[in-house]
Design a protein around this ligand. Structure first.
Ligand code: FMN
Length: 206
């Protein structure tokens, strides 16, 4: 059993997938932003998005989005978008930021047409969700929104699927994980739930 002391983390990001969220700007171009506040249940995603970002402004007006999951090899593309915003002028609260109208170009990424929503996907990401906003609820202090989005289509590189099935195989793919402002591509499998459809047998018991 560990002993504990009082810790003071600079953030409470203990480890969530880094994702790239694409949304439609008022002029019809695409905005792309890195984010990591994420959870999912059924076909719903709940994303935590800052109120002063262009992404949430876009989503409140046009609900279509794609949520694209980079794996470890794309971490530099995520970094390339750090400190960029689609907002023009840059909000006062983001002095370190610059306006970037071409986020795909800035990150060296390629837009790929979606099938259901109007917003493109990120071609280099092996797992991509097309989704549409169902509800956006302002957070307690007004600095963020809880964006509830329904996933309407999932696309995957066949190489990350269990052969002969449409099931993403966790032994073939891991998301880029953002943990306390560091990036990880952890891939050590420890076990699985008995109900996993991708497991080859019952979970190990010891
Ligand atoms: C790794 C990483 C994770 C981030 N996570 C979030 C997040 O979960 N929610 C959020 O609103 N912003 C997050 N940001 C910051 C946004 O990218 C930033 O607010 C940016 O202005 C959004 O772009 P936009 O203004 O064009 O929407 C993150 C940035 C990085 C680099």
């Amino acid at each position: 059993m560990p002993s504990h002391v009082i810790a003071q983390p600079e953030t409470l990001y203990v480890g969530t997938p880094a994702y790239l969220i694409a949304s439609e700007n008022p002029d019809g171009t695409t905005n792309l932003a890195p984010a990591s506040s994420y959870w999912a249940l059924g076909n719903m995603l709940v994303l935590g998005l800052e109120t002063d970002g262009q992404t949430v402004t876009n989503l409140l007006e046009r609900g279509d989005m794609t949520v694209n999951f980079p794996s470890g090899e794309l971490w530099r593309a995520v970094i390339a978008l750090d400190g960029t915003t689609g907002r023009n002028p840059v909000p006062d609260g983001k002095p370190r930021f610059r306006h970037e109208p071409d986020k795909f170009g800035a990150a060296g990424l390629t837009p790929q047409e979606s099938e259901v929503v109007t917003v493109p996907r990120v071609a280099e990401c092996r797992l991509q969700f097309e989704a549409t906003l169902r509800r956006a609820t302002p957070g307690l202090d007004g600095s963020y929104y809880m964006v509830e989005a329904e996933v309407v289509r999932v696309h995957a590189d066949p190489e990350i699927l269990k052969p002969g099935t449409p099931l993403p195989d966790p032994s073939r793919w891991s998301p880029l994980v953002y943990r306390f402002r560091h990036f990880f591509a952890a891939h050590d499998e420890l076990g699985w739930l008995a109900k996993s459809p991708t497991a080859d047998g019952p979970p190990p018991t010891s």
